[in-house]
Each structure stands twice: as structure tokens, then as C-alpha cells.
Write a protein that binds this ligand. Sequence first.
Ligand SMILES: Cc1cc2nc3c(=O)[nH]c(=O)nc-3n(C[C@H](O)[C@H](O)[C@H](O)COP(=O)(O)OP(=O)(O)OC[C@H]3O[C@@H](n4cnc5c(N)ncnc54)[C@H](O)[C@@H]3O)c2cc1C
Length: 394
Amino acid sequence: MSITTAPPSAPSPAAEPPRGRSDLVIVGAGIVGLAHAFEAARRGLTVTVVERDWQPVGASVRNFGHCCVTAQRGDQLELAYRARAGWLEAAKSSGLWAREAGALVVARSATEMAVLEELRTERGADTVRLRTRGEVAAELGRAGGDGDIEGGAFLPDDLRVNPREAAPRLAEWLSIQPRVTVVWGTQVNGVEEGIVHTSRGPVHGDRVLLCVGHDLDRLYPQAAEEHGIERCRLTMARVVAPEAFRTDAAILTATSMLRYEGFTAMPSGPRLREEVTGHSPELLDVVANVMFTRLPDGTALVGDSHAYGSTAPPFEEESTSRLLLAAAAEVLGAGELRVTERWQGVYASSGRGPLLVRDLAPGVRALSVTSGIGMTLSFGLAAATFDDSLAATA
Ligand SMILES: Cc1cc2nc3c(=O)[nH]c(=O)nc-3n(C[C@H](O)[C@H](O)[C@H](O)COP(=O)(O)OP(=O)(O)OC[C@H]3O[C@@H](n4cnc5c(N)ncnc54)[C@H](O)[C@@H]3O)c2cc1C
């Protein structure tokens, strides 16, 4: 049986179905699968990527495009720095938009500022560059001046990519590399040693990597359950950015700080949670991370909230969206933000740790990022997979 590839609407040109065996078969053309394909191709391996959809439409195109390096801690911090180098390499090769634009954390209280100062003490003044309230207001392009801004910190090691473009561009570039085949519109139904069973017949490979994010439970329910994988749903919107908001840096706020261990592990971390609980309980009710990033076309991505469960109901509460938009507008010192698109993002989440790396059969490994940092870690995970430094469970 032959394997057909992309129709004209798909991002990559049609490719011949793979003949014979590849060194590596990757299931899933999200950023985790594609970063592995990129890294494998660089190492001279033959690779087949099998994706059920006709283009990347999963978590990898629905996010902020923020490679949130500095806010990680421990093993994740190390992986994030490796990923940073991989992203820049991939951008150079494929032409995808990536900017060493950093992130700006906006502090609106003395406690928020204290967390940033503590992080600077830990990481150094080059990695966490404190900003005055005037500098932060200017970077945000706030019409009304400083407002309640206390100060902030610029994190120059963070990266920005355009999530709408990054995975599709990378897939397109990979599909024209001599050793890579990207097979679209092909569902994987099961895997055994050396064989991937698809809706279009078997695909053979010496090694198989399942990079299917939260949908691991559709193929290996037991492995997903043992890691406690859930679906995390996020509310997102795209708005027309205020004219004066021109920075490419990702903008983070107090609720963002509550979500990353780099900040929460600081001595003032617990006090920050108490403070936000006191003044913005409604944001904590929807598990908000109020942040935004500007796209190259002048629109901005605004989000997000988090709701957890084994399935992802499609219905979005308008009140959640309004809450997030109002909170972002407040930071920008802007009036009502004009929304041009809304969507729901879904990613894999687990209370048991940020990564599932599990060997399911000889030569068959599942790899899902089980917290909202898959863009940040993707290329670092790929590098670690190929130098065998990623600890897997059996
Ligand atoms: C709203 C939102 C905001 C986020 N913000 C950030 C951020 O700023 N920074 C950051 O680091 N991370 C962020 N994340 C998290 C990040 O987007 C994810 O961790 C990452 O994209 C996961 O990549 P992935 O390749 O594993 O998953 P996906 O992109 O979901 O890709 C998985 C692919 O596998 C395919 N697939 C599944 N099952 C099968 C099958 N049986 N056969 C064939 N194909 C299959 C799917 O179709 C899909 O294309 C955010 C996520 C969301 C939703």
C-alpha cells in the first residue's frame, strides 16, 4: 500500500513515500517531533515523520512562541539553554522567524520587584537586568506613563519565535532535505519494535519516537495514566497591538511569575502568591498567566488560563477571555483591546513532572512535555535524545 503525502493546501510539497526502512520514524509533527527530526537529520540519519493532520495544528501553533529560558530551574534550565542554541540553528537553516528578543517581566509591587532582585542575585546582573519603572513603561509604549508600575527585569536569554510559522516552516524545510520524508494526513494506530502501523500501511524504522503530546493516551493509555497525563486547556486571543507597543520581547506579569520555578523558588515567592491571592483572586480562579507577545505583523497574542481534565471540552467561557484581556490592557495602559481571533490551546500536563520519557518496547520511545514549556525545551530535548543524556523509564 502506498503512503500519500500532503495535498496542495498543506505546508510541504508532496514527497515520495519512504521506500524501505528509515533509521528513525517520528510520530507527530509538532515542535517536539520536528526538533527531533531536525537534530536527527543533522546527524546524518534517515528520518520519516508521520503526522495525522495535513499541517501542524496542535499546541505548537497555538502558543505564545516564547522560549522561556531564564524562568526555568534545575534540569529544565539546562535543557532550555540547549534548546536556545538549537532554535537559533534551526532558524538559520530553515529561515523561520526567531529573535533574541528576551522577555520583560513587569513588576507592579515591591514584592514582585523583590522576586526579580532575588533572581538577579542568583543568576547575575547580565542574565536578569533590572529595569526602572520609566524604562518598563517606555518599553510597553504606555500612553499614560508609569501608572502603577514599580519596575521590572529584562531577561535577555529568552527567545521569541512566531508560533504560527515555526513548526510549519520547519516541516517544510525538513521535507526538502535529502534524508527526511514528512508524511501528512496519516494516522498512527499502533507501534511495535521496528514497525509503525498507520492508516496507510506499515512504516519501518530502526527506532521509533512517539511525539504525540497529550494524545499519548490514545495509543498507550497505561503509560499516559501512570504518568498522570491530563489535558490542559488554555484560553487565547489575538488582538490588534496598541501602536506604541513595539517590542519583540515576551511580556510577563505577576501571575506568570507564579507559574515558573525560577521565580517561585525565590525567598519572596510565597509572599508573592499571598499577595496575588489577596488582590486578584479571580485571576487565580482561572489559573491565569497574564502574558502577551507581539507577532511580526503588529498583532499580539494574549493569554492565558488553565483548566485541567482527561478530556478537553470545546466550550470557552467569555468571562475568562474578558478577564485576561482586561488584565493585559491594564499592564499596557491601553483601553479595550480589539480581538481579531480567539482559540483554545491544549497541551499535556502532569502533576508528576514536566517530562514523560518512556521506553515502551525495544527501540520505541514516547516523549511528551507534560507542562507548558514544550517550545522552550524542544530542541534541548532533541539534543539530549541523541547524546543519550535523557533519563527514560521502562
Ligand atoms: C495556549 C498555549 C500557550 C503555550 N505557551 C507556551 C510558551 O510560550 N512557551 C513554551 O515553551 N510552551 C508553551 N506552550 C506549550 C507548548 O506549546 C507545548 O508544550 C508544545 O507545543 C508541545 O509540542 P508537541 O510537539 O509535543 O505537541 P503538538 O504540537 O500538539 O504536536 C503533537 C502532534 O502529534 C500528532 N499526533 C497525535 N497523535 C497522532 C497519531 N496517532 N498519529 C499521527 N500523528 C499524531 C498531532 O496531530 C500533533 O500534530 C503553550 C501551549 C499552549 C496550548
